[in-house]
Design a protein around this ligand. Structure first.
Ligand code: ZN
Length: 464
């Protein structure tokens, strides 16, 4: 926005003079102000100016006063008086006065300024809500208060941060539900197909899950031994690009030596829920429609061997290429070697051979090697079954030749970022709805959808 430079400079001169006075006063007391103190004092002054200015702005932005207004109930509201209100904004508490209407049969009241700006007296403004939500998806609600105080220069209660974070999460949840429902509708799918602007040549999908501890905060809510672990299922859609050797990180250099090509996921969209697989499948399909998963020429799923994942993939995307994450498969061989072979030379040799066979797509040889060890240990027997069940998903030679990324690191990182880093951080205690809403808000942020989400915050009532 363009402001009048002269006006701004004028205000700045006044603020500077305020600071000079404050600094001079400190110097009289024998204390020389440091720049950090000046900055803090100036921020505090600007915050107070902001609060006062916003209050004056809201008090003066009056729609032409009318004697009556139409009430949403169909009745009529009559002008009462100027009435004061308080909201919590990015500048802290802001008081203002505005026209107030009441006197309808339905007993409701209305302030046009509040309607216009989506203000709820006594509550948080949309601008502050977005910041509270950002803190709430990053830190425990308890910690958020401390962080916010450093940035905002006033205190916000733990409950307010929670309330606003969950409100944004509820909005993300409502979006997900709407998208899931919509994507069941043939007319929507047809319309979308005609409108699809950009369909990537190759799209990746992945699914995984991580545990969340569910435990009521208050003792009163606990019934007996109420503490349980629930699976937060996490999914993502993404595209993949080759990393240019000039910009390899140390880790990528090591990868290059081992694997030849280094890939990186881009345009990642995340989604998550605590839900049964069937319900989560609807979410996957809905989000998949946004990513054009059903329209792309080539769809590739990379995931660990979990059965629910491949069932969903087969149900919704029967034509997709299915790949078991290379690292899970490789690690499985290590476990077998550890369990079955005591002699370290024999162990290393076995591991070298089978890993190389796996890498080259000779899965039958891997299965044979496991089967031979099966009588010795249950780990080898189970691995034999695992490789047999996933044989078609382990054609790593073919997959590599086709230029596919064969690791599911993207979704594992998603689980870490959404679940481990926030839902498992110290001080975090959850009931299912709060965990889901916070995770969904965090997924929206990580997918680059925060601005869109917080811009629509007022579309959802507070009581959700
Ligand atoms: Zn009414």
């Amino acid at each position: 926005m363009d402001y009048n430079t002269e006006t701004l400079n004028d205000i700045a001169r006044q603020v500077a003079s305020l600071m000079q006075t404050a600094v001079a006063k400190q110097a009289e007391g024998g204390q020389q102000a440091k720049i950090r103190e000046v900055e803090t004092m100036m921020r505090e002054a600007l915050r107070q100016i902001g609060a006062e200015a916003l209050g004056q702005f809201l008090s003066s932005s009056v729609a032409p006063s009318a004697p009556t207004l139409a009430c949403p109930c169909g009745g009529k509201l009559k002008y009462q008086r100027r009435r004061s209100a308080v909201v919590l904004s990015v500048f802290g508490r802001v008081s203002y006065e505005r026209d107030y209407y009441a006197g309808c049969q339905c007993h409701c009241g209305q302030a046009p300024v509040d309607e216009q700006y989506g203000l709820q007296p006594g509550k948080v403004t949309a601008g502050l809500a977005s910041l509270l939500g950002l803190a709430g998806i990053e830190f425990s609600f308890e910690q958020s208060g401390e962080w916010l105080k450093s940035f905002l220069l006033f205190e916000v209660s733990e409950n307010t941060v929670r309330e606003e974070t969950e409100r944004l999460g509820a909005l993300a949840l409502a979006d997900d539900l709407e998208q899931s429902q919509q994507s069941q509708d043939e007319a929507y799918l047809q319309k979308r197909m005609r409108a699809a602007v950009r369909v990537p040549q190759r799209l990746y999908g992945s699914l995984d899950a991580a545990k969340v501890r569910i435990e009521p905060r208050k003792k009163a809510e606990k019934q007996g031994d109420y503490e349980t672990w629930r699976d937060m299922k996490v999914g993502c859609w993404y595209e993949v690009e080759k990393v240019s050797p000039q910009v390899y990180s140390t880790r990528e250099q090591a990868k290059q030596v081992r694997e030849g090509t280094v890939f990186r996921a881009k345009k990642i969209r995340y989604y998550c829920d605590i839900a049964e697989a069937s319900e989560f499948g609807q979410l996957m399909w809905g989000q998949g429609c946004l990513a054009q998963a059903d329209l792309v020429p080539e769809l590739v799923f990379v995931a660990d061997g979990a059965v629910w994942i491949w069932h969903l993939v087969e149900q919704y995307y029967p034509r997709a290429v299915q790949i078991v994450d290379w690292y899970h498969a490789e690690e499985r061989l290590e476990r077998v070697a550890q369990a079955a072979l005591a002699n370290s030379t024999a162990r290393e040799e076995w591991l070298k051979d089978t890993t190389s066979n796996l890498w080259e797509g000779r899965v039958e040889a891997v299965i044979r090697a496991c089967t031979l060890l099966a009588p010795k240990c249950v780990e080898a027997k189970n691995a034999g079954t695992y490789f047999t069940n996933n044989e078609a998903r382990m054609k790593y030679d073919t997959f590599r030749a086709a230029g596919y990324m064969i690791g599911s690191g993207t979704v594992e990182s998603a689980c870490k970022q959404i679940v481990t880093r926030r839902l498992k951080c110290s001080g975090a205690q959850w009931l299912v709805p709060g965990a889901v809403k916070t995770a969904k808000a965090r997924a929206a942020w990580l997918s680059g959808g925060w601005e869109t989400l917080s811009a629509r915050r007022d579309q959802l009532p507070l009581a959700v």
